[in-house]
Design a protein around this ligand. Structure first.
Ligand code: YNC
Ligand code: MG
Length: 397
């Protein structure tokens, strides 16, 4: 019943889940990829390449997503990607203008899809791939089979660069997730989350009790904790590289990418997106780091609140994971200490909620730090790559 996805090089649901050799599904050559766009047989639409260095075009993308991007099932909240977070997400090292694809009707931008290059490691194999995101079609143009056209066009543009694999995520089930995670939420401003309808009050509780339950200390407790600085990047790059090897599906960041994804640059962004902290021990060694990013959600039609400021757990790592012999209890303790401080810092920066997924080592701290499971799932997909199912990090080791 997946009319489009049944035609694509992705694993299908009827294929037996046996253990198999991992690798590409379909091999092609660049010279066999058309150098003309996929036909858009739907007047008055035309393809455009969005130049996101042009403030006006960046604002057009922001506006399309502001009105039409991902909502929750009850249409209470919608992701609100600022131009700062779009710049951070879509202009990462190696980005190409041609991978910021729009459809205009007359002058109006009415659909978008984008990708950036990334190295993806699946178990012991490293793939030169791409990450696809921001697939968005104006609400008035839904259900017209425009999404497959956008996907085929970005595939063509990526293939023209000799790249044949992609990673993407989504809340909906498509053929066929390589991994599935659950969202967890930790209230920082419970009263506001309650008012906007995000956090219900349990029947055996009262608002005042809930507020107390989620209260946080003013001060962090980890000795040597401070903001990430340029001088820390080599140490953080090495620590992150080693830490990510503990998991089966990760990006491979070079030093430049580590800088881009983790270091806030005041002069480049109107608004701070990435918040990163390191722990420096008495000898000056970086022993741990963690990071989270800001993504607001619009509260749709609410008399008092316009948006929620959500912190999303991003990358983290700790030397504690490399103790010989491996000590899971020590790792758990260290991660809980670090994440307790992450919550305090997010609160200090006026975030309303801290979100994390059931991946990496998160199961070691989610419950203790008072995260609760949400309704949402996030499915991970690989395009043109067959891989055995990938489970959360903690289950594995
Ligand atoms: C989705 N999210 O199943 P079948 S996530 C992929 N990802 O195809 P139509 C999707 N496919 O079932 P509409 C999808 N949602 O017949 C729907 N589909 O095989 C499939 N929402 O097309 C769907 N953004 O145009 C069906 O649907 C076909 O008008 C139907 O448009 C869909 O960015 C959409 O949630 C999602 O803007 C654009 O509803 C629209 O409904 C919308 O008739 C709100 O399409 C925003 C939203 C999705 C966020 C994301 C990741 C996208 C990944 C795309 C796949 C990339 C593959 C790799 C390419 C590079 C390869 C290389 C190398
Ligand atoms: Mg459509």
């Amino acid at each position: 019943s997946y009319k489009f996805w049944a035609t694509q090089p992705v694993p299908q649901f009827d294929e037996k889940p046996a253990i198999f050799e991992e690798g590409p599904l379909k091999i092609q050559k660049v010279e066999d990829i058309p150098d003309e766009p996929i036909p858009l047989n739907l007047a008055p639409f035309r393809w455009v390449t969005m130049d996101l260095t042009d403030e006006k075009q960046m604002q057009e993308v922001e506006k399309l997503l502001y009105g039409h991007f991902v909502e929750d099932d009850e249409a209470m909240f919608r992701f609100k990607y600022s131009t700062s977070i779009l710049k951070w997400s879509l202009m990462s090292p190696g980005w190409r203008k041609e991978w910021h694809v729009g459809i205009r009707s007359g002058d109006t931008l009415c659909a978008f899809i984008a990708a950036v290059p990334t190295e993806i490691r699946v178990r012991d194999k490293v793939i030169q791939g791409s990450e696809v995101n921001f697939l968005c079609i104006h609400k008035k143009l839904r259900g017209k089979r425009l999404a497959p056209v956008l996907i085929k066009e970005i595939t063509r543009r990526i293939n023209r660069e000799g790249i044949w694999q992609a990673i993407y995520t989504g809340g909906i089930v498509l053929p066929r997730p390589v991994s599935t995670c659950r969202y967890y939420h930790r209230a920082l401003n419970w009263q506001k989350l309650y008012e906007v309808g995000f956090s219900p009050c349990p029947s055996n509780s009262k608002p005042a009790f809930q507020v107390r339950k989620y209260a946080l200390p003013e001060q962090t407790s980890t000795k040597g904790l401070r903001e990430l600085q340029v001088k820390d990047l080599d140490a953080v790059h090495s620590l992150l590289e080693r830490y990510l090897k503990r998991f089966d599906l990760t990006p491979v960041f070079n030093r430049e990418e580590t800088e881009h994804w983790l270091l806030h640059k005041k002069d480049s962004y109107a608004e701070q997106v990435i918040y990163s902290y390191v722990v420096e021990d008495a000898s000056g060694k970086i022993t741990d780091f963690f990071s989270f990013y800001l993504l607001e959600s619009t509260v749709i039609r609410h008399p008092k609140h316009n948006s929620i400021r959500a912190a999303y757990m991003f990358y983290y790592a700790t030397e504690t994971a490399f103790a010989e012999p491996f000590d899971k209890g020590a790792l758990q303790k260290r991660l809980n200490d670090l994440m307790a401080d992450a919550l305090i810092l997010a609160k200090r920066h006026n975030f309303d909620v801290f979100n994390a997924l059931s991946l990496m080592d998160n199961a070691l701290f989610l419950e203790k730090q008072k995260f609760g499971p949400g309704d949402g799932q996030l499915h991970y997909y690989l395009f043109n790559y067959k891989a055995n199912p990938i489970h959360g990090g903690v289950d594995k080791k």
